[in-house]
Ligand binder design. Structure first.
Ligand SMILES: [Zn+2]
Length: 413
């Protein structure tokens, strides 16, 4: 369960193709206090491998989920765009699935209840399931009942035994975080009503490949999902995907709609056929597609290091923004420290005053960043560039510029 993974976590196939080898890295959410930074830090191999049979991309070294998620400091409610995204989803789902006071909506990895609270406001019963007791407590305070568990077959059976069945199940950006993929999806099949739907959002592997988003590879993400690999996982659990939305979130995501395979009268949608064809055209089933990715990752690292050494030579200051997991993969893969980047700003007060894992770069507030008057702000969560550019518009007063690192360094006008 923990440690080296020798076979595909979905189908048991061999993992002979390496897509990216990012070296030894600490868990990307293991923020440190200045005192903890004096102690040795745990680091684990971070490699993305590809299954020979089902083409599921996955890390081949599992870190204990308790170590990764036990003290999870991420609260979803801190991103304005994401809150709006959740609100629009709930409005769509309420209408499309005719949800009402007799329905039950279950969200897996419900965090602090930021999404389910929209249904609560409409009088629709909800249940959140999340392994973190701190976020569950926050959810409880805003009226979102939350079970503190890692979801899987046994939790689903317990709920069904207690007379609970879901009309709608939601899993946003959770599937990648699940080491036992088959157990998780089987749990969905158990808890879902015969005519229920589950919607699952996940960053699309196709976008990761196209835009060299290797910085979204970290230990908390056990797998990297394509529709191609996921349809096989769902079929194994007796579920079928029938529709899909292409979303712009997290650099390009899919939202799939699935139901019981035995449910009559459900046909594949036009967009499902379109995304299948797109993946096939991109070579999702071919190993060369994944091998080429590794070369582009090396080129990205070279561009980041070139940018920083040029800035240093010219006496220009560089401060980073966004103490997110993806920033940590990039910083540690590039071997950066506070000698390269003196600070990283983040709006989340739980992170301020701490140090990033591995690189030990201190986290400051956005106001502190502005006070430093940096020449460049390196935006680590590049998918939130527009939002961050709006927040930090003040840097233009002294000619400061925004920079994004992936697929290679780009200085924005
Ligand atoms: Zn496989």
């Amino acid at each position: 369960m923990v440690g080296q993974v020798s076979a595909c976590r979905a189908c048991g196939g061999a993992l002979s193709v390496t897509m990216a080898d990012l070296g030894l890295q600490p868990p990307s959410n293991a923020f440190l206090t200045p005192e903890q930074a004096q102690q040795p830090e745990k680091r684990y191999p971070l490699r993305a491998k590809v299954c020979d049979l089902c083409r599921l991309v996955q890390v081949d070294y599992d870190v204990d989920p308790q170590e990764l998620f036990g003290n999870y400091v991420y609260f979803s409610s801190y991103s304005d765009d994401w809150l709006a995204h959740a609100g629009h989803y709930c409005e769509m789902a309420r209408r499309r699935f005719a949800l009402a006071s007799h329905s039950l909506v279950v969200e897996l990895a419900s965090n602090d209840g930021y999404l389910l609270k929209n249904f609560v406001a409409d009088g629709i019963p909800v249940l959140g399931i999340d392994p973190s007791d701190t976020v569950a407590a926050a959810a409880g305070k805003i009226g979102v009942p939350t079970l503190v568990e890692f979801f899987g077959e046994s939790v689903a059976r317990r709920l069904v035994a207690a007379g609970r069945h879901a009309d709608l199940m939601i899993g946003n950006n959770v599937l990648a975080h699940v080491p036992k993929l088959n157990d998780f999806v089987s749990g969905i099949a158990i808890l879902l009503k015969p005519d229920g739907t589950v919607t699952i959002e996940f960053p699309h592997l196709l976008k990761l490949l196209e835009h060299v988003e290797f910085d979204t590879i970290y230990h908390e993400h056990y797998s990297y999902l394509s529709l191609y690999a996921l349809e096989q996982v769902f079929a194994r659990a007796g579920l079928k995907v029938y529709d899909v939305d292409e979303l712009s979130t997290h650099g390009g995501s899919l939202r799939i709609y699935a139901t019981h395979a035995a449910r009559p009268g459900i046909a594949d949608s036009e967009s499902l056929r379109r995304v299948r064809a797109k993946e096939e055209a991109a070579g999702i089933a071919e190993s060369d597609t994944y091998r080429r990715f590794g070369e582009r990752v090396l080129a990205c690292r070279r561009s980041v290091l070139d940018f920083l050494s040029t800035a240093k030579r010219e006496g220009a200051s560089v401060v980073a923004y966004g103490a997110a997991a993806k920033g940590n993969t990039l910083m540690n893969y590039c071997g950066l420290t506070r000698a390269d980047i003196p600070a990283v700003a983040d709006r989340n007060p739980h992170k301020q005053g701490k140090l990033l894992p591995g690189s030990h770069i201190p986290v400051i507030s956005p106001d502190e960043l502005l006070a430093l008057k940096p020449d460049y702000v390196l935006i680590l969560p590049w998918n939130l560039r527009e939002e961050i550019t709006r927040q930090l518009d003040g840097i233009r007063a002294w000619g400061g510029r925004f920079v994004t690192p992936v697929p290679e360094i780009r200085i924005h006008a």
